[in-house]
Design a protein. Sequence first.
Length: 236
Amino acid sequence: MSDTSDTSIKYIIQQGLWSNNAALVQILGLCPLLGVSNTVINGLGLGLATTLTLIASNMAVSIIRHWVRAEIRIPVFVMIIASVVTVIELVMEAYFHDLYKILGIFIPLIVTNCAIIARAEAYASKNDIFPSVLDGLFMGLGFTAVLVALGAMRELIGFGTLFQQAHLMFGAAAEGLKITVIDNYPGFLIAILPPGAFIGLGFILAIKNIIDKKLETAPKALDAESATVNVTPSKS
């Protein structure tokens, strides 16, 4: 899709955020998704790093797509993604060191995120720069939204708070962003452990499926209602 009309842009946005969401539809990148999404800030940090990787790698792959032979395209794409992740990792280590220590191995593991190599192969290698960048942006934002939603759910149930440790990303001035939803909350351990991540993701997937079914049946119901209204009584 090299066309960048409003229709194609809307399609890219819809695919990235909802219809082809990497976490909820493709079910890719579950290792970091489930590993660090125990708070909103952790999920947001990893989500933004993944989004930047998608944007930069899609752009680079789109630029070189005419000069890379089919036989070596996958190794070349992996090298590009690894280079981008290395830069992001060094920047995070320098400027967001405490958050970098918490996310740990999951930052370099972005290289192995199947969603990123899939977008490079399936989309960026076949399309122009602008739609490829747009695809990377909204695929990343869709992935980030799931990370943040799962992080909010797990943090709320596990700690009774929201936005704890916001200063790790936004500086000391953001310490006041922490919201204590339940005072003197003893905590719920399973929510912040890996089993809680699987359960939380299951709930999010169920909600998406319910919404999709309602969106699918709504036009049919409207058509049936319209057909009933438009039926004219037959003459006796």
